[in-house]
Design a protein around this ligand. Sequence first.
Ligand SMILES: [Zn+2]
Length: 233
Amino acid sequence: MKKNVLIGLLILGVLPGCGKKEEMLEEVTHRDTLPLLPTHPAAFIEINRLDSTIILDIKYATTDNFTGEVLYPEARCFARACMAESLASVSLKARTLGYRLKVFDCYRPQRVQFQMWELAPDTRYVANPNRGSRHNRGTAVDLTLLDSTGTELDMGSGFDEFTERSHRGYAGLSEKQKENRELLTHLMTSTGFTTVTSEWWHYDYFDWESFPLIDVSFDSLEFIELEPVDSIS
Ligand SMILES: [Zn+2]
């Protein structure tokens, strides 16, 4: 597809191959500039190329995570093109309300899933690597909201706190914590994402089943992000 045709389709809010979700791409047209765009919905794109205002705090690139080990060589956030577009729309909505997105994890190579499983084989919090995580498909994101001073909103528990306090139905939240979680939930679920019960910070792209598990390093994605990785042997 010619690039100008693709850009035209994006202006209309239609990325070929992306699932239909009317409100999902509605605000793509309001971006100030169109970056270099992926040519296929299964392609990977680095989120900051679409939206430089999204803050990265990629915990698995540090020792500040439940394993205590550095699992990623670099702090980077990649996602399938469809999901990246949706996340950019969520970010725009959040900024309109005076907030910013801060992401903790995006695409995760499947080999890292095996490392995590060895350290914490608990299916409530870590997907069995043989079945894979939706993060391994490039269709999941862990995130929170920052206020206008850059402070994380109080969500009642921290990222990767594997306790009941992180569950969506946890009854011990304050009114403010509930309100903060509801704001993030509303922004995400109205823009093409679905929730899980055990982690307030985790969201899946609604069409995650359309995208297979992969095990490609960030470095390699950097060079093939504008091509559908599934077609690369
Ligand atoms: Zn997650």
